[in-house]
Write a protein that binds this ligand. Sequence first.
Ligand code: NAD
Ligand code: UD1
Length: 354
Amino acid sequence: MRVLVTGGAGYIGSHTVLQLLQEGHEVSIADNFSNSSPESVRRVTSLAERSVVLRNVDLLNQADLNAMFQDIQPEAVIHFAGLKAVGESVAQPLKYYRNNVTGTLNLLESMESVGCRTLVFSSSATVYGESTALPLVESTPRSATNPYGRTKLHIEEMLEELAASDGRWSIANLRYFNPVGAHESGLIGEDPQGIPNNLMPYVAQVAIGRREKVGVFGGDYPTADGTGVRDYIHVIDLAAGHLAALDYLQESKGAHTWNLGTGAGSSVLEVIDAFARVSGQPVAYEIVDRRPGDVAENYANAEKARLDLGWKAERGLEQMVEDMWRWQKMNPTGFDEIPASEMTDEELAEFLGS
Ligand code: NAD
Ligand code: UD1
């Protein structure tokens, strides 16, 4: 299939593009490099030994987007492009609504303009809000605790209304739990800018010596060891879930929702322990105050994805940490900075070819 991947230079996008290429799909990527580097795409093409079309396109620029759709004529879209930092969304809500909601709206209109009506969307377990009914099933009522989460909620609703209005659409809302890990080659992985917001990249930077110690947000939750429990999912398993959803959409119209998680939780201290063990490095930590908005525990019921898609997460915490550590060691400061948001499509093609 001809698949367009928005945000394909990013963390989850790059791992998914690799699998799409390995499965024989023709892949185009649209990214504005606001949180990524074309270096990830160069490494993906070298791992897959296949090429991709890489376009410097901002979803907020409808004219560019339409022109790209006319040119590429994709049969399906996987939509990762979005902003994802919870704290930043609280400080700058309009930026999040514009980028995530308007960006998606533009994308849908461009898809319609070429008759492409198959979409896989990156949603998040954040749409379960502060729900404490565990494990979380797809029918758990949705809510949002911050603007980032509310953009995901609005987009899910927009997609459901669109599918209800026109039976030609096939849409998958994939609700990710906590994506971590990296490709086993150590060549691609998550490259957070500045101080990582999420636990696993923070722990990795402590293990490599870039940061002094992990602040553990709360030690008095009603969990086995008092620290927060989350459903960490290996990014390779997560990427595979997108290919399974794409297959499913070939045979099925309408809007569908699946949790992508392992179904089991790990605590903050278990993650720190696993990292110290795998890396052989001490990982200093200190219990500090709870982070506002955090729930004690959160994990998926992933049965629906198993039954409908034949998909199941295969990799456990140990492997997530091993792969993350390899990526961290091989790329202690992430990808090299490349001023890609200024690059033309021709310059990007040349960069990938070099
Ligand atoms: P990421 O930041 O690495 O990737 C997102 C990509 O989208 C980046 O390459 C960025 O440059 C691009 N982008 C952003 N706005 C754009 C725009 N207007 N036009 C074109 N490109 C744009 O993030 P990720 O971790 O790979 O996340 C991918 C998606 O999955 C996001 O939508 C995110 O909200 C969602 N998600 C991520 C997590 C997580 O923990 N990583 C969890 C749940 C859901
Ligand atoms: C966070 C986001 C969520 C988003 C998800 C993507 C918040 C409130 N939620 O989820 O919207 O979809 O990332 O993966 O930001 N922790 C520490 N110290 C740290 C960092 C985290 O103790 O420095 C703890 C947290 O309290 C939590 C666990 O580690 O118990 C995981 O945190 P994190 O990686 O930020 O993910 P979530 O909070 O689950």
